[in-house]
Design a protein around this ligand. Structure first.
Ligand code: C2E
Ligand code: MG
Ligand code: MG
Ligand code: MG
Length: 279
């Protein structure tokens, strides 16, 4: 009887697993057409200078509205796009949108000295996979106003040095996203020097829990950033207590739902207008 039950469970599991893979197959082929069908969009999350509560920058975040499923989160579709290679076209499109939007905002709000951050995948930097610097230049923005956010996955990429040096030479900045979440974060910094560290929101979330070491870790990361002359950016600030703690530790910049969620272009523009009218 035990054996029969075991077999039964196995069949159920197989069934679910095959559903899941059919699901992924469908999503994959839908994703390959998402761009041409106009289902992708970009939202912008303000990056705020914490001391003055001023918007200094925006992070571009991709959105996919699937015709039947509604919004598919980027944590689901970006990995799929990386697997299929669709990320090369999608990523270039996001970068183009973000750069053009920055150019528009810089014209309307010159006093804000805005910059733009864009997440990029390792594949986009590999040799022969499109020229990001071309995209930035054709959008008419100064490459020095662009930050590219990379993750430690970059480590497994092949031959990214050609594009990375061209981008760096042009003045493009690199930041390491989700910093601290891998065992090799510090070793990674040695191999891929960046100008900014984004403190993963898991540490920010743990800042005010006595049981966790969140506050100590955030302090340590800001110290690493300081001693390597990098900027520290905190992700996922959700409470006033977290914000106060970050200000205490001297963390310069942050993002999070407490400050602002990701916004449409229209709402971002409204936030910039409100800031100018206040200032
Ligand atoms: P990320 O780059 O670390 O972006 C931060 C994520 O945290 C975003 O999720 C943002 O909406 C969310 N977030 C911001 N503030 C808060 C907060 O206070 N609390 C919580 N719980 N979450 C907050 P999103 O937009 O779902 O993006 C998820 C990830 O997908 C991004 O993480 C990034 O790795 C990737 N991604 C998004 N757009 C792109 C893209 O255009 N290209 C690439 N390569 N990756 C992208
Ligand atoms: Mg990011
Ligand atoms: Mg992040
Ligand atoms: Mg992330």
């Amino acid at each position: 009887a035990a054996k029969a039950r075991g077999t039964g469970r196995l069949e159920v599991f197989d069934d679910e697993a095959s559903h899941r893979s059919i699901d992924r197959l469908d999503l994959r082929s839908d994703l390959s057409e998402a761009l041409e069908h106009g289902q992708l969009s970009v939202v912008y999350q303000p990056m705020v200078e914490l001391k003055t509560n001023t918007i200094r920058s925006f992070e571009a975040l991709a959105r996919w509205r699937h015709p039947e499923r509604g919004n598919v989160p980027p944590d689901e579709f970006i990995p799929l796009a990386e697997e299929t290679g669709a990320i090369v076209a999608i990523g270039a499109w996001v970068l183009d949108q973000a750069c053009r939007q920055l150019a528009t905002w810089q014209r309307e709000f010159p006093e804000a000295h805005l910059t733009m951050s864009v997440n990029i995948s390792a594949v986009q930097l590999e040799r022969g996979h499109g020229d990001l610097l071309d995209v930035i230049r054709s959008a008419g923005v100064d490459p020095a106003d662009i930050w590219l956010e990379v993750t430690e996955h970059m480590d497994t990429a092949e031959d990214i040095s050609t594009q990375v040096s061209a981008l760096r030479d042009a003045g493009v900045h690199f930041a390491l996203d989700d910093f601290g979440m891998s065992y090799s974060s510090l070793a990674y910094l040695q191999r891929f020097p960046v100008e900014g560290l984004k403190i993963d929101r898991a540490f920010v979330a743990a800042m005010n829990d006595d049981a966790d070491n969140g506050r100590g870790i955030v302090r340590a990361i800001t110290a690493v950033a300081d001693s390597l002359s990098m900027k520290a950016f905190a992700e996922g600030i959700e409470t006033q207590a977290q914000l106060d703690g970050l200000l205490d530790l001297g963390c310069g910049y942050g993002q999070g739902h407490l400050l602002s969620p990701p916004l449409t272009v229209e709402r971002s523009t409204a936030a910039l207008r409100a800031q100018r009218d206040r200032g």
